[in-house]
Design a protein around this ligand. Structure first.
Ligand code: HEC
Length: 139
């Protein structure tokens, strides 16, 4: 009789063990769904990267912005790093500024010089302006 009980106990133990084993695939599933969200982040990053690239092309090309703006040094206009820092701090919209819908917040005393460019930026599509904004904020 005693050995029969022992046998039953071993079976219970074994079942418990099997149950634990059953849980494992669920944990693995949790990890793989985390991997999925990493994949999403990567494709978001790709969209961001292609916007930055497009912005750079416009900035250096038809925008002719490089004439007055350099990444790290102030020339005629403030550096992109300075613009990026202030727009992030104030959570302001570069797109709105380039549509002449916002106020100058970086160097208002030189606003007249920048204003001449609105003829170009106002002719751009929202997507092009968004690309310019994303490019500037990448600094
Ligand atoms: C003729 C020189 C010149 C050109 C070309 C120029 N900028 Fe500027 N930009 C300035 C000056 C000067 C300022 C500082 C005045 C100001 O802050 O508004 C400025 C400021 C800015 C600011 C900060 C605005 C703020 O809130 O104060 C942004 C953003 C900007 N420029 C984007 C651009 C983009 C994008 C282009 C190209 C389409 C461009 N600029 C072309 C001279 C220029």
């Amino acid at each position: 009789m005693k050995s029969y009980l022992k046998f039953a106990f071993v079976i219970v133990l074994a079942l418990t063990f099997v149950n634990c084993g059953d849980k494992k695939p669920k944990e693995d599933f949790g990890i793989s769904s985390e991997e999925n969200s990493t994949t999403e982040a990567t494709s978001e990053e790709n969209t961001l990267n292609s916007l930055v690239k497009e912005g750079k092309t416009i900035f250096e090309g038809k925008g002719t912005c490089t004439a007055c703006h350099k990444p790290d040094a102030k020339i005629i206009g403030p550096s992109l790093a300075d613009i990026s820092k202030i727009y992030k701090e104030q959570n302001a919209s570069i797109v709105a500024f380039l549509k002449e819908e916002g106020k100058p917040i970086v160097d208002p005393s030189q606003y007249e010089v920048m204003k001449a460019n609105f003829a170009i930026t106002k002719s751009m599509s929202d997507e092009e302006l968004k690309a310019l904004e994303t490019y500037i904020l990448s600094f």
